[in-house]
Design a protein around this ligand. Sequence first.
Ligand code: ZN
Ligand code: ZN
Length: 133
Amino acid sequence: MKGVPVQRRHTRQRAAIRAVLEAAHRPLSIGEVLELAQRAVPGLGIATVYRTVGALVEEGFLTGVEIGGEPARYEVSGRGHHHHFRCRRCLRVFEVDGCLPEVQRLAPSGFLVEDHEILLFGVCPDCNSGKKR
Ligand SMILES: [Zn+2]
Ligand SMILES: [Zn+2]
């Protein structure tokens, strides 16, 4: 990106990173953001992705998703109540719409459920069909 003014380059990198996360409809790791955003901005480096994602979290545009002690993934904020599905083969995490209304019933009598986490594990359609992604 020689010759491109620094400010314009930053704007382009940031726009590419935002676009990737908006299009994904699932939480992305820093590595996934880097790989996808490099298609639009070939010179993009991992330090820029870290810095930009950090800024987007601070601004409230992104929310961190932490699963099983793995490095955080990031999704666009404000998607409403939902859960996640983690593929054991490709390790991608997907969004699961909806919830179980009977969660409260799982609690012993006298206990009030205030919040919960549900994580599904298994194999995604791409991996299940043996298709290469
Ligand atoms: Zn998979
Ligand atoms: Zn739920």
